[in-house]
Write a protein that binds this ligand. Sequence first.
Ligand code: ATP
Length: 475
Amino acid sequence: MDINQDNVMEKIVALSKRRGFVFPGSEIYGGLANSYEYGPAGAELKRNIQEEWWRVFIRERSDMVGLDSSIILHPKVWEASGHVSGFSDAMVECKKCHTRTRADHLIENDMEAKGESMSVEGKKEAELDAIIAEHKIVCPVCGAFNWTPVRKFNLLFETHVGIVPEAQSKVYLRGETAQGIFVAFKNIIDSTRVRLPFGVGQMGKSFRNEITKGNFIFRTLEFEQAEIEYFFDPEATDWKELFEGWKTAMHGFATKNLGIEASHLRWREHGDEERSFYSKRTEDLEYLFPFGFKELWGLAYRTDYDLNQHAKFSGVDLSYTDPATGRKFMPHVIEPAVGINRLMAMVMLEAYREEGDRTYLKLPPRLAPYKAAIFPLLANKPQLVELARKVHDDLQKHFPVAWDDRGNIGKRYYAQDEIGTPFCITVDFDTLGETDGKSNPDHKGTVTVRDRDTGTQERIAIENLASFLHGKIYR
Ligand code: ATP
């Protein structure tokens, strides 16, 4: 992506709808703010990013295990974690047009527009009121300067368990996946052979009652979170070294696995006001979105706070016994936490290319929704269609592939380029080896394979196609 390109976000939003990546949520009912649906291409891309994360951080590491805990946990979990009392954002409402917005976003966006910068995370309601008044920040929708006082609202979604109203009990949809890991900690150490230091990773839906609108899938009501709690003995492991190791791993994943240019990433350390009281260090890996550098992936050293809290609230001993020395202690944790949807928005923005009249997504082949598209040169020649179908069906056993027989070849290339399909395969008359004098007999049984990024074509024998593509995609 050319980061300075105009309207790149609008272009990605339009392309997403046009090509089946992301649709506005509940669109036929007029839409639902901050919710989206992932279409056929988007579902594949999102899944590929998830699988890449799981492969790199869980499957290919011997110090990691996976977990899949519940979305609805015992309500005490969220009391213990501090979410019921403290998981809140500060909000203001415009008294004239009733627009509600997060006070920190209102201030930061206003500052940014004036070419200044100010981080207001961790500030109290009265301090935010004072900043809004001092800088005379107006409503971005109607221009009025007539705000309600700043007040906190909780981000947890509430619901109820039980069919008999009197017996209903309040529960929450999880606001993060991480708490499920602490809750399952004892079961994991009792049921597996893990020894410190080790990590537990899980990925799944989290829910937050976000009020700030816009910025596409960057911030949504429900999102796919991928979190790791890396447990260690603070006496045996130097947390600073571990922290640096995780920074390298996260950055490496973004650049090597997701194809992000290093200059589009930066680290930002949380100051004392912003950092949770129990955290010794928190840093965010930020990506240069079209709306500025914004948090992509958080990394926090959370000490033994969460395990202690859950031990206290549940009454269950969650300490760890060192098998070598018999020493009992509470492990500490470092937590890398990322949203897959944010990763996906970044991957699409980064891959977006306009060259002449060509638009394409230069997605890393592993992430591309379809690895190849198969075309019969002409849709009205049964022999071509039949053979192309066979090539398609055979390749489909190896990779997700697309089929297209509409319009001319140029239009089909255009459509596949916008989806980011790395290879387009055409079955033509040479493939059939027709003896009409026009076909090249050397090309019988071969197809053209066109490369998305270079536009070059080469002929490959049908029987070698799967291994050829495999070599290019999973190298
Ligand atoms: P932000 O400051 O952007 O609201 P956060 O600091 O509250 O994020 P964390 O609680 O650290 O976020 O969550 C970890 C990761 O989950 C974030 O880095 C982000 O990638 C993702 N995430 C958080 N909230 C949302 C959301 N509403 N929509 C999509 N992804 C989210």
